[in-house]
Write a protein that binds this ligand. Structure first.
Ligand code: APR
Length: 237
């Protein structure tokens, strides 16, 4: 069914969450072994933490930077990049900050929550490689604090990324969610927006999401990597 949908669609948006990168070795957030099962995000991944809890903030994000630099995109990321090159899918909207879609040579990737690939100064905005965090170099030459270029809880998303994501979601014929609990707004509004504008919603996620009842297809008992390999085989058989 999905292979046929993809062949007939004019505009296909893929929306990914942390479940897209667990098969690369990165933890997600809300699964039983997810990051937020051990850590309260408001205490560690927020602007308040950067101001009041900075040592723990540094260590938490240094561990995540090491995770991202120590892992790499898996077969699923490469299939999505291939599908973009073949014109099967168009924009990828991701909540992930690991940069794996771009590392797999995907183009047209909208990073709703920013990226762990760089850090920047909280005072003068100067940008550095995330290697600074690997080296525990946490301060800018201006003396300001360096922080990952991710959207922290309590911060606004980048306005132009949101506008582009709205535009792509509203014009999608097919909107495919891969590996997200769809529990964080405003990111979780994009599948809803696409659906309300007539898109066929497809959700591939090991656990239930609040929007499963709107989806034409929900796949829960198949890993994303295996699912993408299977559909890729169907598309090219
Ligand atoms: N295949 C299919 N589904 C998977 C896989 C997999 N290999 N691995 C994990 N999942 C599913 C989990 O069951 C879970 O429901 O992916 C989902 C990931 O959900 P979350 O951990 O909530 O991650 P996400 O939806 O991306 O979180 C959104 O929350 O903390 C913020 O900024 C953070 O971007 C993140 C946002």
């Amino acid at each position: 069914m999905l292979a046929k949908l993809l062949q007939e669609a004019k505009s296909v948006v893929v929306f990914t969450g942390a479940g897209m990168s667990t098969e690369s070795g990165l933890p997600d957030f809300r699964s039983s072994d997810g990051l937020w099962q051990q850590t309260n995000p408001q205490r560690i991944a927020s602007v308040a933490a950067l101001n009041d809890n900075v040592e723990q903030f540094f260590e938490f994000y240094r561990t995540r930077v090491q995770g991202v630099t120590g892992c790499e995109p898996h077969k699923g990321h490469h299939i999505l990049a291939k599908w973009q090159a073949e014109g099967i899918i168009d924009t990828i909207i991701t909540q992930n900050v690991d940069g794996f879609h771009t590392a797999a040579n995907s183009s047209d990737v909208l990073e709703l929550h920013g990226t762990l690939r760089t850090v920047h100064c909280q005072s003068c905005q100067k940008e550095y490689s995330n290697m600074m965090y690997e080296k525990r170099a946490y301060y800018c030459t201006c003396g300001g604090t360096l922080r990952p270029s991710v959207v922290l809880f309590g911060e606004m998303l980048d306005h132009s990324v949101v506008l582009q994501s709205v535009k792509q979601s509203e014009s999608a014929d097919v909107f495919i969610v891969l590996g997200s609990s769809l529990s964080v707004s405003p990111a979780n509004q994009f599948p809803l927006l696409a659906y309300k504008h007539g898109a066929t919603l497809v959700i591939i996620n090991e656990e239930e999401t609040p929007y499963d009842h709107l989806a034409a297809l929900v796949v829960r008992n198949e890993k994303i990597g295996d699912f993408l390999v299977r559909i890729d085989n169907e598309l090219h058989s």
